[in-house]
Ligand binder design. Structure first.
Ligand code: C5P
Length: 355
């Protein structure tokens, strides 16, 4: 099973042995001895409403997001300075994630360096991917936030809460959620956040079914604009969202969580994701797969983010583990027809509300 480890971000700098520091230059000693690491959790959208289009081309969202125990692992070392313009480096294990300069890990470090205006030493990142990429689980965004924190620590920079959130928002719409690190009601294009309590009585079990075919968020929003799915009835809304002010599925779920909703009650939340018709327009096999899973498991099936990951919620981790076995068995017997011809099945849990 994936994602069974403890959630949350951790940083574990290992101090340089005195002998190294004594015999080498300070930068070289740092380069060879200090390694920091952190976890980058995935997320699911329990509800996602698109309530308007904004003048900046983004869409105004209302969503309830939960962090997951499923996580990538990122580590960083201050690299050895070579050449006139030293570069940050990234090595990726475990997925076909691009290890190029447009990877959000590298962009997070570059953004922070540019912000300081100082020639900070190059960084060498190692990323262990466990979160499927381009799947609606926020993996790249979470990696970016962890990279930002690790780079700041490696360079000895203090990031204030406000600046950290601003940098996070500059890296991508989902990144501020990971800066908050708890269950949240999210507004704006993702940068307005209200913490909501996790369900009472323990974390949810979460079954993730990830088709081999992938979706680009930008293309799903473009399909929505092209007329696939409900067009937002509202004009652009760029003002702050007063919590609970607008009746809707996201505000409703947030209000239920604030009133102390149990894991069993939250697990029964009606699926509501305004991006589903747009995602299904690009991947026509998505809705048949959702229906097949619903019939197989007898539970509501959610789409996370812009997809294509389908999520089924359970009141406890054991429910998700048992469901994973059922889905793997059905897939092996070719009873499911996932877009892309194959699927990955992951049983994990939400973070927060552990008894
Ligand atoms: O912010 P991020 O780069 O993650 O977004 C990827 C793309 O998704 C954007 O370029 C935009 O087309 C679309 N998007 C949107 N509205 C949002 C979030 C993302 O239109 N709230």
């Amino acid at each position: 099973m994936n994602g069974s480890g403890a959630g949350g971000r951790s940083q574990a700098p290992s101090p340089a042995p005195p002998s190294l520091l004594a015999t080498q230059g300070a930068r070289r000693a740092q380069a060879t001895s200090v390694s920091r690491s952190g976890r980058a959790p995935a997320k699911i959208n329990l509800v996602l409403e698109v309530v308007g289009r904004r003048p900046d081309g983004y869409h105004e969202l209302r969503s309830v997001l939960a962090p997951l125990a499923l996580a990538d692992e990122l580590s960083v070392r201050v690299g050895v300075v070579r050449g006139a313009s030293p570069r940050d480096r990234l090595a990726v294990r475990g997925a076909q994630a691009p290890a190029t300069s447009d990877n959000l890990v590298v962009r997070a470090a570059a953004l922070l360096r540019a912000e300081t205006g100082r020639p900070l030493a190059p960084l060498a990142f190692h990323l262990r991917k466990r979160i499927p990429v381009a799947a609606g689980l926020g993996g790249g965004s979470s990696d970016a936030l962890t990279a930002l924190d690790l780079a700041a620590a490696a360079w000895g920079l203090q990031l204030g809460v406000r600046r950290r959130l601003q940098l996070a928002a500059a890296l991508g719409s989902d990144v501020p959620f990971f800066a908050l690190g708890t269950w949240a009601l999210v507004g704006g294009r993702g940068e307005r956040l209200w913490q909501v309590p996790p369900p009472t009585g323990g974390p949810l079990g979460v079954l993730l079914v990830v088709p081999a075919a992938r979706l680009a968020t930008r293309e799903v929003f473009a399909a929505l604009d092209a007329g696939y799915g409900e067009q937002p009835a509202h004009g652009p809304q760029v003002g702050p969202l007063p919590p609970g002010a607008r009746p809707g599925a996201a505000a409703d779920l947030a209000a239920r969580l604030r009133r102390g909703a149990s894991a069993a009650q939250v697990a029964d939340t009606e699926p509501a994701n305004d991006l589903l018709p747009a995602a299904a327009a690009i991947l026509p096999g998505l809705e048949p797969l959702r229906d097949e899973l619903g019939a197989l498991l007898g539970r509501p099936v959610h789409l996370s983010g812009s997809g294509p990951t389908l999520a089924v919620l359970y009141p406890s981790p054991g429910g998700a583990r048992r469901a994973a076995a059922v889905v793997r068995d059905a897939a092996a017997r070719r009873l499911l027809r996932p877009p892309g011809g194959a699927l990955e099945v992951i049983a994990t849990t939400t973070i927060g509300g552990e008894p």
